[in-house]
Design a protein around this ligand. Structure first.
Ligand code: XIL
Length: 317
Protein backbone atom coordinates (compact mmCIF):
# COMPACT_ATOMS: atom_id res chain seq x y z
CA UNK A 1 0.00 0.00 0.00
CA UNK A 2 1.00 3.62 -0.54
CA UNK A 3 -0.14 6.75 1.31
CA UNK A 4 -2.93 8.03 -0.94
CA UNK A 5 -4.07 4.55 -1.91
CA UNK A 6 -4.19 3.44 1.71
CA UNK A 7 -5.93 6.65 2.78
CA UNK A 8 -8.65 6.11 0.20
CA UNK A 9 -9.10 2.48 1.13
CA UNK A 10 -9.49 3.61 4.75
CA UNK A 11 -12.25 6.02 3.74
CA UNK A 12 -10.48 9.37 3.28
CA UNK A 13 -10.71 11.40 0.10
CA UNK A 14 -6.97 12.00 -0.29
CA UNK A 15 -3.48 12.08 1.12
CA UNK A 16 -1.55 14.96 -0.39
CA UNK A 17 1.37 17.35 -0.24
CA UNK A 18 2.34 20.95 -0.73
CA UNK A 19 4.64 21.50 -3.69
CA UNK A 20 6.22 24.35 -5.66
CA UNK A 21 7.84 24.92 -9.04
CA UNK A 22 11.34 25.08 -7.51
CA UNK A 23 11.21 21.26 -7.62
CA UNK A 24 10.13 20.96 -11.27
CA UNK A 25 13.63 20.04 -12.50
CA UNK A 26 14.19 17.46 -9.76
CA UNK A 27 13.48 14.10 -11.36
CA UNK A 28 13.69 12.04 -8.17
CA UNK A 29 11.31 14.37 -6.36
CA UNK A 30 8.86 14.51 -9.26
CA UNK A 31 8.86 10.73 -9.55
CA UNK A 32 7.99 10.44 -5.87
CA UNK A 33 5.34 13.15 -6.18
CA UNK A 34 3.47 11.48 -8.99
CA UNK A 35 4.46 7.85 -8.69
CA UNK A 36 3.44 5.12 -6.31
CA UNK A 37 0.00 6.48 -5.42
CA UNK A 38 1.45 8.27 -2.40
CA UNK A 39 0.04 11.73 -3.17
CA UNK A 40 -3.43 12.14 -4.58
CA UNK A 41 -3.64 15.87 -3.86
CA UNK A 42 -1.33 18.87 -4.11
CA UNK A 43 -1.35 22.43 -2.71
CA UNK A 44 0.79 25.25 -4.12
CA UNK A 45 3.11 26.50 -1.38
CA UNK A 46 3.30 30.06 -2.63
CA UNK A 47 2.14 30.59 -6.18
CA UNK A 48 -1.54 31.29 -5.50
CA UNK A 49 -0.88 33.78 -2.72
CA UNK A 50 -1.76 37.45 -3.16
CA UNK A 51 1.80 38.69 -3.83
CA UNK A 52 2.20 36.13 -6.57
CA UNK A 53 -1.23 36.58 -8.17
CA UNK A 54 -1.79 40.35 -7.91
CA UNK A 55 1.59 41.99 -7.19
CA UNK A 56 0.38 45.42 -8.31
CA UNK A 57 -3.13 46.91 -8.39
CA UNK A 58 -5.20 45.07 -10.95
CA UNK A 59 -2.11 43.41 -12.45
CA UNK A 60 -2.76 39.69 -12.31
CA UNK A 61 -0.12 37.05 -12.91
CA UNK A 62 -1.31 33.46 -13.11
CA UNK A 63 1.74 31.79 -14.67
CA UNK A 64 3.15 30.28 -11.47
CA UNK A 65 -0.21 29.20 -10.12
CA UNK A 66 -1.16 27.69 -13.45
CA UNK A 67 1.99 25.57 -13.41
CA UNK A 68 0.83 23.88 -10.19
CA UNK A 69 -2.75 23.56 -11.41
CA UNK A 70 -1.47 21.96 -14.62
CA UNK A 71 0.74 19.58 -12.63
CA UNK A 72 -2.29 18.42 -10.66
CA UNK A 73 -4.18 17.80 -13.88
CA UNK A 74 -1.24 15.96 -15.47
CA UNK A 75 -0.78 13.79 -12.37
CA UNK A 76 -4.50 13.26 -11.83
CA UNK A 77 -4.27 14.84 -8.36
CA UNK A 78 -6.86 16.91 -6.52
CA UNK A 79 -5.86 20.54 -6.05
CA UNK A 80 -6.30 22.47 -2.81
CA UNK A 81 -6.03 26.15 -3.70
CA UNK A 82 -4.18 28.30 -1.14
CA UNK A 83 -4.96 31.10 -0.28
CA UNK A 84 -7.09 34.18 -0.99
CA UNK A 85 -6.79 36.40 2.10
CA UNK A 86 -3.79 36.32 4.44
CA UNK A 87 -1.78 38.92 6.33
CA UNK A 88 1.49 37.50 4.98
CA UNK A 89 2.82 37.46 1.43
CA UNK A 90 0.51 40.38 0.94
CA UNK A 91 1.96 43.12 -1.28
CA UNK A 92 2.73 46.50 0.30
CA UNK A 93 0.20 48.20 -1.95
CA UNK A 94 -2.46 46.31 0.02
CA UNK A 95 -0.98 46.12 3.52
CA UNK A 96 0.22 49.72 3.45
CA UNK A 97 -2.68 51.22 1.55
CA UNK A 98 -4.74 54.11 2.83
CA UNK A 99 -8.14 52.43 2.63
CA UNK A 100 -11.72 53.23 3.38
CA UNK A 101 -14.11 50.38 4.05
CA UNK A 102 -15.55 50.82 0.57
CA UNK A 103 -12.24 50.93 -1.28
CA UNK A 104 -10.78 47.90 0.52
CA UNK A 105 -14.00 45.94 -0.02
CA UNK A 106 -13.71 46.61 -3.74
CA UNK A 107 -10.06 45.46 -3.77
CA UNK A 108 -10.90 42.28 -1.81
CA UNK A 109 -13.82 41.45 -4.09
CA UNK A 110 -11.79 42.10 -7.23
CA UNK A 111 -8.90 39.94 -6.04
CA UNK A 112 -11.06 37.03 -4.96
CA UNK A 113 -13.45 37.15 -7.90
CA UNK A 114 -10.64 37.33 -10.45
CA UNK A 115 -8.51 34.57 -8.89
CA UNK A 116 -11.32 32.17 -8.08
CA UNK A 117 -12.85 32.66 -11.52
CA UNK A 118 -9.48 31.95 -13.15
CA UNK A 119 -9.16 28.62 -11.30
CA UNK A 120 -12.85 27.75 -11.43
CA UNK A 121 -13.30 24.02 -11.86
CA UNK A 122 -9.70 23.27 -10.81
CA UNK A 123 -9.93 23.61 -7.05
CA UNK A 124 -11.33 20.90 -4.81
CA UNK A 125 -11.12 23.51 -2.06
CA UNK A 126 -10.05 27.10 -1.50
CA UNK A 127 -8.44 28.35 1.70
CA UNK A 128 -10.46 31.56 1.58
CA UNK A 129 -9.19 33.15 4.78
CA UNK A 130 -5.89 32.06 6.33
CA UNK A 131 -4.76 32.77 9.89
CA UNK A 132 -7.26 35.49 10.84
CA UNK A 133 -6.76 34.81 14.55
CA UNK A 134 -4.18 35.58 17.19
CA UNK A 135 -3.23 32.78 19.59
CA UNK A 136 -5.43 34.37 22.29
CA UNK A 137 -8.48 34.05 20.05
CA UNK A 138 -8.79 37.71 19.11
CA UNK A 139 -8.71 38.81 15.49
CA UNK A 140 -5.35 39.67 14.03
CA UNK A 141 -4.96 43.42 13.55
CA UNK A 142 -4.10 43.24 9.88
CA UNK A 143 -5.22 45.72 7.22
CA UNK A 144 -8.39 43.74 6.58
CA UNK A 145 -9.56 43.60 10.19
CA UNK A 146 -8.42 47.14 10.94
CA UNK A 147 -10.41 48.52 8.03
CA UNK A 148 -13.44 46.24 7.88
CA UNK A 149 -13.67 44.38 11.17
CA UNK A 150 -15.08 40.84 10.96
CA UNK A 151 -17.01 41.90 7.86
CA UNK A 152 -13.94 41.15 5.75
CA UNK A 153 -14.39 37.46 6.41
CA UNK A 154 -17.99 37.59 5.21
CA UNK A 155 -17.01 39.61 2.15
CA UNK A 156 -14.28 37.10 1.28
CA UNK A 157 -16.44 33.97 1.59
CA UNK A 158 -19.31 35.60 -0.32
CA UNK A 159 -17.06 36.59 -3.21
CA UNK A 160 -15.47 33.13 -3.37
CA UNK A 161 -18.85 31.37 -3.30
CA UNK A 162 -20.16 33.52 -6.11
CA UNK A 163 -17.09 32.91 -8.29
CA UNK A 164 -16.92 29.10 -7.94
CA UNK A 165 -19.99 27.56 -6.31
CA UNK A 166 -18.49 24.05 -6.60
CA UNK A 167 -15.29 24.69 -4.65
CA UNK A 168 -15.26 23.84 -0.96
CA UNK A 169 -14.58 27.05 0.95
CA UNK A 170 -12.30 26.72 3.97
CA UNK A 171 -11.10 28.73 6.94
CA UNK A 172 -7.49 27.65 7.63
CA UNK A 173 -5.33 28.28 10.70
CA UNK A 174 -2.69 26.88 13.08
CA UNK A 175 -2.90 26.47 16.84
CA UNK A 176 -6.50 25.40 16.37
CA UNK A 177 -5.69 21.67 16.36
CA UNK A 178 -6.61 21.24 20.03
CA UNK A 179 -9.38 22.69 22.24
CA UNK A 180 -8.67 26.17 23.56
CA UNK A 181 -9.43 29.83 23.00
CA UNK A 182 -8.11 29.87 19.44
CA UNK A 183 -10.07 26.79 18.41
CA UNK A 184 -13.18 28.26 20.03
CA UNK A 185 -12.64 31.50 18.11
CA UNK A 186 -12.30 29.56 14.84
CA UNK A 187 -15.61 27.85 15.64
CA UNK A 188 -16.96 31.36 16.12
CA UNK A 189 -15.99 32.23 12.55
CA UNK A 190 -17.91 29.21 11.27
CA UNK A 191 -20.92 30.17 13.38
CA UNK A 192 -20.79 33.78 12.25
CA UNK A 193 -20.81 32.80 8.57
CA UNK A 194 -23.53 30.19 9.04
CA UNK A 195 -25.67 32.68 10.97
CA UNK A 196 -25.36 35.08 8.04
CA UNK A 197 -26.24 32.28 5.58
CA UNK A 198 -22.80 32.64 3.96
CA UNK A 199 -21.25 29.48 2.52
CA UNK A 200 -18.39 27.88 4.45
CA UNK A 201 -17.70 24.21 3.79
CA UNK A 202 -14.62 23.37 5.76
CA UNK A 203 -11.99 24.18 8.34
CA UNK A 204 -8.32 23.36 7.80
CA UNK A 205 -5.89 22.60 10.58
CA UNK A 206 -2.36 23.43 9.49
CA UNK A 207 -0.70 21.11 12.03
CA UNK A 208 2.85 22.48 11.99
CA UNK A 209 3.90 20.41 14.98
CA UNK A 210 7.12 19.70 16.85
CA UNK A 211 8.37 16.19 17.66
CA UNK A 212 6.85 15.16 20.98
CA UNK A 213 4.40 18.08 20.81
CA UNK A 214 1.59 16.52 18.81
CA UNK A 215 -1.83 16.59 20.49
CA UNK A 216 -3.14 13.08 21.21
CA UNK A 217 -5.59 11.28 18.93
CA UNK A 218 -8.40 11.87 21.44
CA UNK A 219 -7.57 15.57 21.77
CA UNK A 220 -7.51 16.11 18.02
CA UNK A 221 -10.67 14.07 17.43
CA UNK A 222 -12.59 15.93 20.14
CA UNK A 223 -11.45 19.22 18.67
CA UNK A 224 -12.32 18.34 15.08
CA UNK A 225 -15.71 17.02 16.14
CA UNK A 226 -16.53 20.44 17.63
CA UNK A 227 -16.16 21.79 14.09
CA UNK A 228 -17.94 19.02 12.20
CA UNK A 229 -20.84 19.40 14.66
CA UNK A 230 -21.31 22.87 13.16
CA UNK A 231 -21.87 21.34 9.72
CA UNK A 232 -18.45 21.71 8.08
CA UNK A 233 -15.89 19.16 6.92
CA UNK A 234 -12.35 19.33 8.25
CA UNK A 235 -8.88 18.53 6.91
CA UNK A 236 -5.27 18.50 8.05
CA UNK A 237 -3.81 20.99 5.59
CA UNK A 238 -0.11 21.64 6.26
CA UNK A 239 1.23 18.80 8.39
CA UNK A 240 4.91 18.72 9.26
CA UNK A 241 6.65 17.73 12.49
CA UNK A 242 10.01 19.39 13.03
CA UNK A 243 12.73 18.33 15.44
CA UNK A 244 15.59 20.15 17.10
CA UNK A 245 18.68 19.21 15.10
CA UNK A 246 20.72 17.06 15.04
CA UNK A 247 18.41 14.28 14.01
CA UNK A 248 18.65 11.12 16.14
CA UNK A 249 17.04 7.69 15.90
CA UNK A 250 15.02 8.48 19.02
CA UNK A 251 13.66 11.68 17.49
CA UNK A 252 12.82 9.87 14.25
CA UNK A 253 10.96 7.21 16.24
CA UNK A 254 8.95 9.82 18.14
CA UNK A 255 8.26 11.63 14.87
CA UNK A 256 6.90 8.40 13.41
CA UNK A 257 4.51 8.10 16.36
CA UNK A 258 3.50 11.74 15.98
CA UNK A 259 2.69 11.43 12.27
CA UNK A 260 0.74 8.26 12.99
CA UNK A 261 -1.21 10.13 15.69
CA UNK A 262 -2.43 12.91 13.39
CA UNK A 263 -3.27 10.52 10.55
CA UNK A 264 -5.21 8.33 13.01
CA UNK A 265 -7.06 11.36 14.37
CA UNK A 266 -8.27 12.38 10.92
CA UNK A 267 -9.28 8.83 10.15
CA UNK A 268 -11.24 8.59 13.41
CA UNK A 269 -13.13 11.82 12.72
CA UNK A 270 -16.19 11.52 10.53
CA UNK A 271 -15.97 14.26 7.87
CA UNK A 272 -12.21 14.67 8.14
CA UNK A 273 -11.62 14.35 4.42
CA UNK A 274 -7.85 14.13 4.12
CA UNK A 275 -4.34 15.13 5.12
CA UNK A 276 -1.81 17.28 3.32
CA UNK A 277 1.86 17.41 4.33
CA UNK A 278 3.69 20.75 3.89
CA UNK A 279 5.99 19.05 1.51
CA UNK A 280 6.94 15.41 1.80
CA UNK A 281 10.67 15.96 1.28
CA UNK A 282 13.02 17.79 3.65
CA UNK A 283 14.85 19.28 0.67
CA UNK A 284 11.94 21.61 -0.05
CA UNK A 285 10.69 22.24 3.47
CA UNK A 286 10.15 25.76 4.79
CA UNK A 287 11.13 24.59 8.29
CA UNK A 288 14.90 25.08 8.47
CA UNK A 289 14.80 28.67 7.27
CA UNK A 290 11.76 29.60 9.36
CA UNK A 291 12.64 27.85 12.62
CA UNK A 292 16.45 27.95 12.86
CA UNK A 293 18.02 24.98 14.61
CA UNK A 294 15.15 22.71 13.67
CA UNK A 295 14.49 20.56 10.61
CA UNK A 296 13.92 17.04 9.31
CA UNK A 297 10.17 17.55 9.61
CA UNK A 298 8.98 15.71 6.52
CA UNK A 299 8.21 12.12 5.51
CA UNK A 300 11.26 11.71 3.29
CA UNK A 301 14.80 13.03 3.52
CA UNK A 302 16.60 15.19 0.97
CA UNK A 303 17.52 12.09 -1.05
CA UNK A 304 13.80 11.17 -1.32
CA UNK A 305 14.34 8.25 1.04
CA UNK A 306 11.41 7.34 3.26
CA UNK A 307 11.89 8.07 6.95
CA UNK A 308 10.15 6.13 9.77
CA UNK A 309 7.44 8.82 9.72
CA UNK A 310 6.30 7.63 6.29
CA UNK A 311 5.59 4.19 7.72
CA UNK A 312 3.88 5.75 10.73
CA UNK A 313 1.29 7.32 8.46
CA UNK A 314 0.87 4.07 6.58
CA UNK A 315 0.29 2.22 9.85
CA UNK A 316 -2.51 4.64 10.78
CA UNK A 317 -4.34 3.74 7.58
C1 XIL B 1 5.08 29.09 3.67
C2 XIL B 1 5.82 28.58 2.45
O1 XIL B 1 6.00 27.18 2.54
C3 XIL B 1 7.18 29.26 2.34
O2 XIL B 1 7.84 28.91 1.14
C4 XIL B 1 6.99 30.77 2.40
O3 XIL B 1 8.25 31.40 2.41
C5 XIL B 1 6.19 31.19 3.61
O4 XIL B 1 4.96 30.49 3.63
N1 XIL B 1 1.18 28.71 6.95
C6 XIL B 1 0.65 28.78 5.70
C7 XIL B 1 1.53 28.59 4.50
O5 XIL B 1 -0.57 28.90 5.56
O6 XIL B 1 1.11 29.38 3.42
C8 XIL B 1 2.98 28.89 4.83
O7 XIL B 1 3.78 28.54 3.70
C9 XIL B 1 3.41 28.15 6.07
C10 XIL B 1 2.60 28.57 7.26
Amino acid sequence: AQLHGAAKTAGLLYFGTETESVSFGDAAYQAALKGNNDFGQITPGNSMKWDSIQPAPNTFSFTAGDAIANLATANNQLLRCHNLVWHQQLPAWVSGGNWTAASLTAVLQNHITTEVTHYKGNCYAWDVVNEALNDNGTFRNDVFFNTLGMEYIKIAFQAAAAADPAAKLYYNDFGTEFPGVKSTAAQGIVKMLKAASIKIDGVGFQAHFTVGGTPSVATQVTNMQAFTALGVEVAITELDIRMTLPQTDALLAQQKTDYQTTAAACLATKNCVGLTVWDFDDKYSWIESTFPGTGSGDLMDATVTKKPAYFGVLQAF
